[in-house]
Ligand binder design. Structure first.
Ligand SMILES: Nc1ncnc2c1ncn2[C@@H]1O[C@H](COP(=O)(O)OP(=O)(O)OP(=O)(O)O)[C@@H](O)[C@H]1O
Ligand SMILES: [Mg+2]
Length: 257
């Protein structure tokens, strides 16, 4: 008898995923993407490429028109939805889509409470997540009184509090000040989770993700080491990806795990 442990299924397996919005606009045309346990992958691509549409399939907010999505080996369908939502933590592009309770504390407690945490254990989980994003002093404040960057950080805390298997972040660094941007990078590096990060912030992708994929016109157009992708000028140009002024991806020593 073999004593090898059972193979760990990938955190994410997207296969042949196609989707058209109800108005008939087709956004995804057959996306294939596998993300192994513990990998950090950047999802790059121009405005309108379908990145957010893809993200919304990962926990069943949108239902695949064709193809399939599996999380930790489980198909994303109605039967598994509670478990899928526990395992996939999505930080939405707009924090206002995520924060709806009267206080920051209640927003961060919402997911863990739905999962059965109560009392001191729940409060501990909430404060730990708020502390990770440097927002513990804001626990009693209404989210709608916070600045955009502060709301983004609280939105990250709502997801961290769930301790998901895969963390999906849709443009996490947009509107963050440089210190908050770096602090979020430190958090992401310190966590033992799979990360799929949508971003237009290419240096951030390089710093955090060893691997990157380019989504373009609803298909995966490239999948490679982030540094190799960013150094491929014709590829970058073909997909409207531009590095910030003066940034040379070759000059960076990468240690992105
Ligand atoms: N609710 C909707 N109904 C119809 N079409 C939509 C809807 N939401 C998005 N689209 C279209 O689907 C395509 C993909 O949009 P999506 O938001 O996924 O792009 P994105 O890659 O996230 O872009 P960005 O970088 O601007 O966030 C776009 O052409 C968009 O106009
Ligand atoms: Mg988007």
């Amino acid at each position: 008898m073999s004593t090898d442990p059972a193979p760990v299924p990938p955190s994410l397996e997207v296969s042949g995923l196609a989707y058209a919005y109800p108005d008939g606009h087709q956004a995804l045309f057959g996306v294939d993407l596998t993300v192994g346990r513990g990998e950090r992958v950047a999802l790059l691509g121009p405005n309108g490429a379908g990145k957010t549409t893809l993200v919304l399939h990962l926990n069943g907010i949108l239902e695949a028109g064709a193809g399939s999505v599996r999380v930790a080996g489980m198909p994303v369908d109605k039967r598994n939805m509670a478990e899928i939502r526990r395992r996939v933590g999505i930080v939405f592009q707009d924090p206002d889509d995520q924060l709806f309770m009267p206080t920051v504390r209640e927003d961060v407690a919402f997911g863990p409470a739905a999962g059965g945490l109560r009392g001191a254990e729940l409060e501990e989980r909430v404060m730990e997540a708020l502390k990770q994003v440097g927002m513990e002093e804001y626990a009693a404040r209404p989210p709608h009184h916070l600045s955009f960057g502060q709301r983004r950080r609280v939105a990250v805390a709502t997801v961290l509090a769930m301790r998901p298997e895969i963390l999906v972040l849709d443009e996490p660094s947009s509107n963050l000040d440089p210190a908050s941007r770096r602090e979020l990078a430190d958090i992401l590096r310190s966590l033992d989770v799979t990360v799929l990060m949508v971003t237009h912030d290419l240096p951030y992708a390089l710093e955090l993700c060893g691997r990157a994929v380019i989504l373009s016109e609803g298909v995966i157009a490239a999948d490679d080491r982030t540094q190799d992708l960013l150094c491929d000028e014709p590829l970058m140009r073909a997909h409207r990806l531009e590095l910030p002024f003066g940034f040379d991806p070759r000059s960076v020593t990468v240690n992105s795990g």
